[in-house]
Ligand binder design. Structure first.
Ligand SMILES: Cc1cc2nc3c(=O)[nH]c(=O)nc-3n(C[C@H](O)[C@H](O)[C@H](O)COP(=O)(O)OP(=O)(O)OC[C@H]3O[C@@H](n4cnc5c(N)ncnc54)[C@H](O)[C@@H]3O)c2cc1C
Length: 449
């Protein structure tokens, strides 16, 4: 017999978890479907393990760069033990129990939509008034010739590895490639990073890519730009990537950080009126509605592939189901790459502002030239902040920072951009002395009133 619920949530990554929890708190009967582990990619193979294994070397770098302290040593075995604790040893029994106790119908099976309000999973049928699609995304591995000959990893093998390889070739120089190169190089792995385009992190300002490149090379990473992988082959115990310029890159392992694609195939979405866009994403409106009584959130929507966006959309969809009218808007949402130092951005790049026909002025600040905190923080201070202002509206529309703790203090710019705070209000902000936050005031001083 079919179970009846108010809402069925397909996929229990961060998006699905937030939506399900909010709906249950509001008294809805919820069924949650998860084919792997409750917590999704983020909790076991992405955000959590990557930030956990990046932390020891971050702390070591802090020690090395601060005056009057020394002796920090990395220990991979302790790091990987703590990482395993953080990813719950790939066990979600606690989550299954937790959701069940809260009253959810928990179904640990591959689910698909079989008709309006109908979901089939592991021989069980559930009938739901609303369906939330939160199925996330899969790592993309390009169909290289010779792929089967090489040892190919994605984020999954990388961030659950117990033994680190001696050398790796990372294909892809965006956020995941840069973080992975940072983590592995700090743990003594020889890293070659291949980027097809002419700069790293190419969705951000060119200056951001340039700085990221500089810091990775300083950490010993062999960064190769305009390097397009053509084919793979094995050479004894090594995996070799042949590039289209005739050169090669060799490692024990090849890690593909070549993007992600929304998980939609074969799940019956189109049969209930959901439209799939040209990048395979579920198309949604401002309330995350994908079709009548069908909602979609997180990576599967292709909006911005971040956990904080999946969680935000989870809140928007839950509110819509509960009768609310709040609309999602994505201006100024922060984007952080946890490199050394951190790389953070919010809002538009110059190119996007130009496309939008906005009149702008931009500025870049070397934080060590302007404020005290970098000097109290480290002996040889580094850090850059860039701001982009709409000169007609007199508001901040873009910001980036490559500097210690930038992922924390980018939120000032994020809020200013989202709330369209007048520049005069930002100039009137009194920042605690001495903090990196003061850099905003110094940078705004460079922009004429
Ligand atoms: C290496 C790496 C590091 C990252 N670091 C960060 C970071 O620091 N900060 C950040 O904001 N973002 C980060 N991200 C991105 C982040 O992981 C994703 O944006 C986030 O996981 C998306 O959440 P989601 O709920 O949409 O999907 P997912 O986390 O992918 O969860 C979807 C869930 O749906 C399940 N599912 C799929 N199909 C079905 C089905 N048919 N039936 C049942 N269940 C199904 C899956 O098993 C999965 O558990 C990182 C990504 C990578 C790869």
């Amino acid at each position: 017999m079919s179970e009846r619920v108010d809402v069925a949530v397909l996929g229990m990554g961060p998006g699905g978890e937030v939506a399900a929890s909010r709906l249950m708190q509001a008294g809805k009967r919820v069924a949650v479907f998860e084919r792997e582990l409750i917590g999704g990619e983020c909790a076991y193979w992405a955000c959590i393990p990557s930030k956990t294994v990046l932390r020891p070397s971050e702390a070591q770098t802090e020690v090395q760069r601060a005056a009057g302290v020394g002796g920090a040593e990395l220990n991979w075995s302790e790091t990987s033990d703590y990482r395993d604790y953080m990813i719950r040893n790939l066990d979600d029994a606690g989550q299954v129990e937790g959701y069940s106790k809260q009253g959810a119908l928990v179904i640990k099976e591959d689910a698909r939509i079989t008709g309006p309000g109908r979901i089939q999973a592991g021989g069980q049928e559930v009938i739901a008034e609303h369906i939330i699609i939160a199925t996330g995304s899969d790592a993309v591995i390009p169909p290289l010739e010779g792929l089967s000959e090489i040892t190919a990893w994605t984020n999954r093998e990388t961030y659950t590895a117990t033994t680190l390889p001696g050398s790796v070739v990372i294909v892809g120089g965006s956020a995941v490639g840069v973080e992975t190169a940072t983590f592995l190089s700090r743990f003594g792995v020889h890293v070659t990073l291949l980027q097809r385009g002419n700069r790293l992190i190419d969705r951000e300002e060119p200056r951001v890519g340039e700085l990221a490149h500089h810091y990775l090379e300083a950490a010993g990473v062999d960064v190769r730009l305009n390097a397009s992988a053509k084919r793979g082959r094995r050479d004894g115990g090594s995996s070799v990537i042949e590039l289209d310029d005739g050169s090669t890159a060799t490692g024990d392992v090849v890690i593909f950080a070549t993007g992600r694609k929304p998980r939609t195939a074969g799940l019956g979405f189109e049969d209930v009126g959901v439209s799939i866009g040209q990048h395979g994403q579920v198309q949604i409106d401002e309330q995350c509605k994908a079709a009548e009584n069908v909602w979609a959130i997180g990576d599967v929507t292709g909006v911005m592939p971040f956990t904080h966006v999946a969680k935000y959309q989870g809140r928007i969809a839950a509110e819509a189901i509960l009768g609310g009218s709040r609309k999602a808007f994505y201006d100024g949402i922060p984007r952080v790459v946890f490199g050394e130092p951190e790389i953070a951005a919010a809002g538009l790049t110059q190119q996007q502002a130009d496309h939008a026909g906005l009149r702008t002025v931009s500025t870049e600040l070397d934080v060590a030239d302007a404020i005290a905190r970098p000097w109290t923080y480290e002996k040889d201070p580094v850090g850059n902040l860039g701001l982009l202002v709409d000169t007609d509206a007199k508001v901040l529309i873009g910001a980036w920072a490559v500097a210690p703790l930038a992922g924390e203090w980018i939120h000032h710019a994020s809020l200013a951009i989202r709330a369209r705070l007048p520049l005069d209000t930002l100039r009137d902000q009194v920042a605690q002395f001495p903090t990196y936050h003061e850099a905003y005031l110094a940078a705004l001083d460079n922009i004429k009133a």
